[in-house]
Design a protein around this ligand. Structure first.
Ligand SMILES: *[C@@H]1O[C@H](CO)[C@@H](O)[C@H](O)[C@H]1NC(C)=O
Ligand SMILES: *[C@@H]1O[C@H](CO)[C@@H](O)[C@H](O)[C@H]1NC(C)=O
Ligand SMILES: *[C@@H]1O[C@H](CO)[C@@H](O)[C@H](O)[C@H]1NC(C)=O
Length: 519
């Protein structure tokens, strides 16, 4: 007979620690660095200087989707004057759209930046970022932000000051509300579009130049089409709230909303979360909120799977459609906590999950003023309005008990529609805008044909006016751009007020002690 030696407590502890650390690394995918996108050098065999098309290379893939010469980007009309090149052909394009992460991986540029930019001064470079400055800088591993200065001509980010304001969704005043206001309140709206038919141009009848003729034809059609489309999509305007006195006068003409009856003593809150290491410190906030009496926070998504996949159903992982919509009606509130606290960083967590008119989003991330500027009026509860978590919990209980108070946060549904087509970037589509800008620059630099050029320059500006497009960095008078200092425009030191990325020990601590307690 031999005795089985039992492991000592120390050995058990050691094994536990090693296993935990291993699980931590595994779940955080620290070993899986994402693969850089390396374009294959391929030369565009011809690029005639006389080409009438303005070309764009969209270097960065959008959520894994590549935009290239086979993508169907332009309508039949614009195909005559606009072209998309493959990402590999960026050197030959009139403008290039790129994200921060990809910019730092450019094979040729990263070695000799100055040389490249000097060689291709006329290229318009657009910085496109849909992440917060905090996360983009971390992912791109940027050492010196100043490296990005003096390179980009235009920006496409979540900041409304960008030339292209990226926003996941937008809102508009419902057409029936516009009618109601005109009929019942006798207020005449200044409609967005004056759909007068265009004056016919007789400037182009004598076959002057093929380029100018095609351009005139395409621009006239495009202006007509856009006026039509815009007056249908935004009958009054998009992303502008109704004045408060009109909202008040409308009340007697609207059907009241009744919230679903739920338990009055327990506040049901849902949280969908997939990034378990945030800068905003939302984990600690949720931990404290959860410990308040009568507050119940159910956690869905990637982080919950680390622990209790068998308790909370796993259906709500990222990218599974319809799941959030099915789940939310069981809750009174929804946590729309961003992973970073940066200027105007309001993402799909608010637009696509929280705003379904069923549960009220509780938001954390951008400042209150920025939600007031961008989000749907009275559609959310901002945590910064409450000095302590206890006070927030009190308010949630108050709303949970009083339907008429709760419903105030759902009333926006009577006035506004939420949709992808109302978001600013859906309307001033980056590709066609860049194409128009390219032609504008060419016309501006051309000699001769003065009347025709004047007419066409005016046409392009009219197209921009239809959708109330403002390009803060494009100077129409000179057809040049203002210098954009990215180190001021998109730098976490300037735009964010949360924590730097947590250190490794801190992340291990969070993983073992914060997340553990959340479940
Ligand atoms: C609409 O058209 C009329 C005449 O055609 C013009 O007087 C008016 O200024 C236009 N309004 C706007 C907002 O462009
Ligand atoms: C609910 O709030 C309203 C004010 O909006 C108040 O008049 C009413 O008494 C409250 N009801 C209850 C049950 O507290
Ligand atoms: C684009 O930016 C570069 C670098 O700042 C600049 O030299 C160039 O003039 C800009 N292009 C236009 C059209 O303004």
């Amino acid at each position: 007979m031999y005795s089985v030696k039992r492991p000592s407590n120390f050995q058990v502890l050691l094994v536990l620690i090693i296993t935990s650390v291993f699980i931590f690394f595994y779940h955080n995918s620290i070993f899986k660095t994402s693969q850089p996108y390396i374009p294959q050098a391929r030369l565009r065999p011809y690029r005639s200087a006389a080409s009438i098309k303005v070309s764009i290379s969209h270097y960065t893939a959008n959520y894994g989707f590549r935009t290239d010469s086979r993508s169907n980007i332009f309508n039949k009309n614009l195909q005559q004057i606009c072209d998309i090149y493959d990402p590999e052909e960026y050197e030959y394009a009139d403008s290039v759209i790129v994200s921060l992460v990809d910019f730092f991986r450019f094979p040729t540029i990263s070695n000799s930046k100055q040389l490249y930019r000097k060689k291709y001064l006329s290229q318009l470079w657009v910085l496109q970022v849909e992440e917060s400055p905090r996360n983009s800088y971390r992912t791109a591993q940027i050492k010196s932000v100043e490296e990005l200065d003096d390179w980009f001509n235009l920006t496409a980010t979540l900041k409304p000051e960008s030339d292209f304001h990226i926003q996941y969704r937008g809102y508009r005043i419902k057409p029936e509300i516009v009618n109601l206001i005109e009929e019942k309140l006798n207020i005449k709206f200044d409609h967005a579009i004056n759909s007068t038919s265009l004056p016919q141009s007789n400037l182009f009848t004598n076959g002057l130049s093929n380029y100018l003729n095609i351009l005139a034809f395409v621009l006239d059609r495009e202006l007509n089409d856009r006026q039509d489309a815009y007056s249908k999509i935004c009958p009054y305007t998009c992303n502008q709230p109704l004045p408060p006195d009109i909202v008040k006068s409308l009340q007697p003409h609207l059907n009241p909303i009744f919230p679903r009856i739920m338990n009055r003593d327990i506040v049901y809150i849902a949280w969908f979360v997939s990034n378990c290491d945030s800068h905003s410190g939302r984990e600690e906030y949720v931990l404290k909120l959860r410990s308040q009496p009568g507050i119940l926070v159910d956690i869905y998504g990637g982080c919950s799977s680390m622990f209790h996949s068998h308790i909370i159903n796993m259906k709500c992982k990222k990218g599974i459609s319809g799941c959030v919509e099915k789940t939310l009606p069981n809750y009174r509130f929804y946590l729309s906590f961003e992973n970073s606290k940066c200027d105007t960083y309001i993402t799909e967590k608010y637009w696509m999950h929280g705003l379904n008119g069923e549960a009220i989003p509780i938001v954390m991330g951008a400042k209150i003023e920025q939600y007031e500027r961008i989000a749907v009026p009275n559609s959310y509860i901002h945590v910064d309005n409450y000095p302590t978590i206890e006070k927030l919990a009190e308010e949630l209980h108050r709303l949970n008990r009083n339907d008429s108070e709760y419903v105030k946060y759902l009333q926006w549904k009577q006035f506004y529609d939420i949709g992808e087509s109302y978001s600013p970037q859906a309307r001033y589509n980056m590709h066609s805008t860049l194409c128009f800008l390219g032609h504008y620059q060419r016309l501006h630099a051309m000699q001769g044909h003065n009347d025709q050029r004047k007419y066409l320059l005016e046409r392009i500006r009219e197209i921009f006016n239809v959708e109330k497009i403002r390009l803060p960095n494009f100077i129409w008078e000179t057809a040049k751009t203002k210098l954009i200092r990215i180190s001021e425009f998109y730098n976490p030191k300037v735009n964010c007020w949360d924590n730097d990325f947590p250190s490794l020990p801190r992340r291990i601590y969070n993983y073992l002690f914060t997340w553990w307690k959340l479940f």
